[in-house]
Design a protein around this ligand. Structure first.
Ligand code: SAH
Length: 506
């Protein structure tokens, strides 16, 4: 089926790190790709936007690992494009700024392949911006020089024109070469740059692990060595560095510098991660569980088909709501097919999910405590001979149906979904936790705690565990996991608020 004329390669800028800094077109190219070829500086999180059957090829370098040489990468891109594939070649920052994107484009042209370039937010400008440094400012400069501190290793002569760089007016931004900072700063001073010129180094810019070090051309190399400041980093030279004192918006966020692992299903982790990141945390997904459809599909479909025959339908989690209405709208075209069934939703997130399907929630007990649920229902009706449907997860606790039956209700339980351990570490979060640990790990259900525990990850010193509520906490305690934070309001905003409070940032 391979058809050469249909192959296309997109040379795409993946931005400096923050996944939200990708362009809409970059995201579209990831979604469309048959083949994704990515680099060390591409945030692996963006790969989750790809199709399930995409071919992912890592072409970057990482300490010790084998690297594809540039001509091998060129060949690979050409070969895949020629085979009729949609190839998305992701590069950190902007593909045409020190990214060798130009060479790849030339190779494609030479091979007669179609290609497009998708510019990206470069670390040369976006990196300083996240450190509170505008690379130009009307009061300071009218020029910006971007240069690489990494020289072509095949050249014997130094190719850095210190004279030209040092004598150029305005801001200078250096990419790469951070490990040669001592030689470079000396070269600049020799070429006439004032030793007191302000310098900022920004490492892993725009991500939660951003670090910034400031100094002058005279002392920055010594400071960097003392702080073991390593690549990847951009260096900014010039008066604009001083603006950081006023404009340091990112690093002053309340949770900046806190590394927080979020254990949820991959589909759900995003919301919590997003909220923590907005507060500056270095939050990352560590999916431990995955939602799967009801194991007994036929039974579940039949129950949903007859749901109008119940007087009450009780939902205990947003997943249960999604599973139920997913099937409901597969079976029926009309929302009124639910008949007169009334709906109870436990917890605000569950209620919200019910409303998202345009159904009102008749009763909304705050907590998953059988007694409270019964009280809330009884306020509405007697439960004597009332038909109740409970749609929930496989293996859920069974106190609720027992208590309902004691009050005379006729209870049918149906398993709407089940949670299974996530075996794929698509975003690299589990690996990251194994290697670096975290300041905090969050748990939003008993099953996240159980499955985290089952992963048998190393116990990192000082790591704190945060729980969404008493049921989850109880599970954690039974697994001998400490509960350092327990959210008094058992939903995502409640958990976030209690994490802020824990760190003394109400
Ligand atoms: N095309 C890229 C640059 C590639 S060269 C761009 O436009 O950003 C690789 C260099 O980019 C690194 O050595 C480092 O100097 C810089 N860099 C890329 N991402 C960075 C980040 N998140 N933080 C700091 N520097 C980064």
């Amino acid at each position: 089926m391979a058809d050469m004329s249909h192959g296309i390669c997109f040379l795409v800028g993946a931005g400096p790190g923050d996944p939200l800094l990708l362009t809409l077109k970059a995201r579209e190219c990831i979604q469309r790709a048959d083949v994704l070829i990515y680099d060390y500086l591409c945030n692996p999180e963006i790969l989750k936007w790809a199709r399930k059957d995409v071919e992912k090829i890592y072409a970057g370098k990482k300490a010790g690992a084998h690297t594809l040489k540039q001509d091998e990468i060129n060949d690979l891109i050409v070969q895949k494009t020629r085979a009729g594939k949609t190839v998305t070649r992701l590069k950190g920052g902007d593909p045409f700024l020190f990214g060798r994107g130009g060479e790849e484009a030339e190779a494609l042209v030479q091979a007669g392949c179609r290609f497009e370039v998708v510019p990206g937010v470069t670390s040369a400008i976006g990196g300083p911006a996240y450190a509170g440094i505008p690379v130009t400012h009307r009061a300071h400069n009218t020029m910006l020089t971007i240069f690489t501190g990494h020289e072509d290793p095949t050249k014997s002569e130094t190719s850095l024109d210190y004279k030209a760089i040092a004598s150029a007016p305005g801001t200078k931004v250096m990419l790469m070469g951070i490990e040669r900072l001592s030689i470079i700063s000396q070269g600049m001073m020799k070429a006439g740059m004032d030793a007191s010129t302000p310098v900022a180094l920004v490492r892993w810019a725009t991500t939660g692990r951003q670090q910034t070090l400031t100094g002058t051309v005279g002392d920055i190399a010594t400071k960097a060595e003392a702080a073991a400041f390593k690549a990847p980093a951009v260096a900014v030279f010039g008066d604009v560095v001083a603006l950081r004192d006023k404009l340091n918006w990112f690093e002053s966020k309340p949770l900046f510098g806190k590394r927080i692992a979020v254990t949820r299903t991959r589909q759900q982790a995003g919301d919590l991660v997003q909220r923590l990141r907005e507060l500056g945390a270095d939050a990352f997904e560590m999916p431990t569980i995955r939602i799967e459809p009801a194991p007994n599909k036929r039974e579940f479909y039949e129950t949903v088909a007859y749901s109008h025959g119940y007087e009450w339908i009780i939902f205990t989690s947003p997943n249960g709501v999604d599973a139920f209405f997913g099937v409901f709208y597969e079976l029926y075209k009309d929302a009124r097919s639910l008949g007169a069934a009334r709906i109870a939703a436990i917890g605000p997130a569950t209620a919200e999910r019910v409303r998202s399907y345009r159904f009102a929630v008749d009763v909304q007990p705050e907590k998953y405590v059988a007694e409270e649920i019964l009280k809330a229902l009884q306020k509405e009706t007697s439960l004597e001979n009332v038909k109740v449907l409970l749609a929930r997860a496989e293996g859920a606790r069974d106190v609720l149906p027992v208590e309902l039956e004691k009050l005379g209700a006729i209870v049918d339980e149906t398993i709407a979904y089940r949670t299974v351990p996530e075996t794929e570490d698509a975003s690299g979060g589990i690996e990251r936790y194994r290697a670096e640990g975290a300041d905090m790990v969050t748990f939003t259900s008993s099953s996240t705690a159980e499955n985290f525990h089952a992963l048998g990850l190393p116990a990192h010193e000082g790591v704190r565990f945060a729980s969404i509520g008493p049921v989850t906490s109880k599970t954690m305690q039974s697994l001998k996991m400490p509960v350092d934070v327990e959210a008094p309001v058992h939903d995502i905003p409640g958990l976030v608020a209690s994490i802020l409070q824990f760190y003394g940032k109400p």
